[in-house]
Design a protein around this ligand. Structure first.
Ligand SMILES: [Fe+2]
Length: 387
């Protein structure tokens, strides 16, 4: 649609605090938000590498009352949210801190919501369904990819029903994102790669989709530029502080790009792949993305040409479509260089599952904004090529 005939808006409900060693500011940020009983929500991986301690030590020093729940599983389930919400109520939590990747942060956001809203977490699936703002919530990312620290969305699994659902809106967004790149230094290479490509998928899907707008486009460009520059280094030189800094910045920026635009087919297909086959979110995106791009090229060739250029491809003198195709080549190379698994077969996905996956994705709002209107056959073809 012609931009001159559109009205767009941009709002960021979350304050972003970013910088190396910014974790040291956690006590003063909690005090600013008037937190006096803090529930810190995290996962076993974060605890094992000592990051949880890095978060709670300043709280002890500042004499802030806190309790921890560090047993959030990957793709947190509705039952976990109910259990942690109960614990938060018993403890009288008035502020929630989520420390970890997308799972721990999404769990913290969901618990924050349930502390100020009646009923069950499943009542709030969808956009702008949560009436009351969550209690103050601070998200601290330890991976550079999910962007959960700065999005209006939390994604929760319903494993009993092989499903996943998103809860989104201004009342769900964290109050603050406290982003300290130093916390990402210990992230192993495979996780650095898959979460980094998740960040890229956020920036890219927002950039090419039908709902994008100039502010999101600008943020996406910068995010992709940083990822092009730094993802390989972050994967292969984990202690490279500049690369880690750039990747966390890229991830947080990508989140701010896609808040008002949604995403695309990669994220639509991730939902059934995560729910039934337990494919980690970032890995699913990384495997799917080149095939999704190939499918979408006809929908927005000019943008794909620009992506090719951001990733260092020489498009000079080429017809538009050939230039656009180079973006797919560039992302396939990035996947190879960062050790992304070759296909979904490693997770038990077979051709027999194509109907289930396509039908489980086609209704997603991420399909509605995709630059090419997807068909069931088209989605099946993308997944078939990704097996
Ligand atoms: Fe994602």
């Amino acid at each position: 649609m012609n931009l001159l005939s559109r009205v767009f808006s941009y709002e960021l409900p979350t304050e972003i605090v970013f910088g190396n060693h910014s974790i040291e500011q956690l006590p003063e940020k909690i005090k600013k938000l008037q937190g006096s009983n803090v529930l810190v929500i995290s996962d076993p991986g974060v605890k094992d590498v000592g990051i949880l301690d890095k978060v709670t030590a300043p709280l002890r020093e500042a004499d802030i009352s806190y309790d921890t729940f560090w047993d959030i599983e990957r793709e947190p389930d509705v039952k976990t949210i109910r259990k942690v919400s109960e614990k938060a109520r018993e403890f009288g939590a008035d502020l929630v801190v989520g420390v970890g990747g997308g799972s721990a942060q999404d769990a913290a956001k969901a618990v924050g919501v349930m502390m100020n809203n009646e009923g069950d977490i499943t009542d709030y699936a969808g956009l702008e369904k949560v009436p009351h703002e969550s209690i103050p919530t601070i998200c601290i990312p330890t991976t550079a990819g999910t962007g959960s620290e700065a999005t209006i969305w939390t994604v929760i699994s319903d494993k009993e029903n092989n499903g996943k659902f998103g809860i989104g809106g201004k009342t769900v967004a964290p109050t603050m994102a406290l982003c300290d790149p130093m916390l990402t230094l210990s992230l192993p290479a495979p996780m650095t790669a898959s979460t980094g490509i998740d960040a890229l998928t956020h920036a890219l899907e927002s950039f090419v989709n039908k709902a994008t707008q100039p502010i999101s486009e600008t943020l996406s460009r910068e995010s992709m530029r940083l990822i092009s520059k730094s993802l390989r280094q972050a994967v292969h030189q984990g202690d490279n502080v500049e690369a880690r800094y750039n990747m966390l910045l890229a991830s947080t920026i990508a989140a701010t790009a896609f808040n008002p635009t949604r995403l695309g087919l990669s994220h639509a297909l991730c939902m059934p792949l995560g729910a039934k086959f337990n494919v980690p979110h970032g890995t699913a995106n990384a495997i799917l993305l080149p095939q999704v791009m190939e499918y979408n090229l006809v929908g927005n060739a000019e943008k794909y040409k620009e992506i090719a250029e951001i990733f260092g491809e020489n498009t000079e003198g080429l017809p538009l479509y050939e230039a656009a195709e180079l973006s797919v080549k560039a992302i396939k190379k990035l996947n190879q260089d960062t050790g992304i698994p070759a296909g979904l077969r490693e997770y038990g996905v077979t051709e027999d599952d194509l109907d289930y996956i396509a039908e489980g994705s086609i209704g997603s709002d991420n399909c509605t904004v995709n630059p090419r209107k997807p068909s069931i056959e088209g989605l099946k073809e993308i997944v078939r090529k990704s097996i």
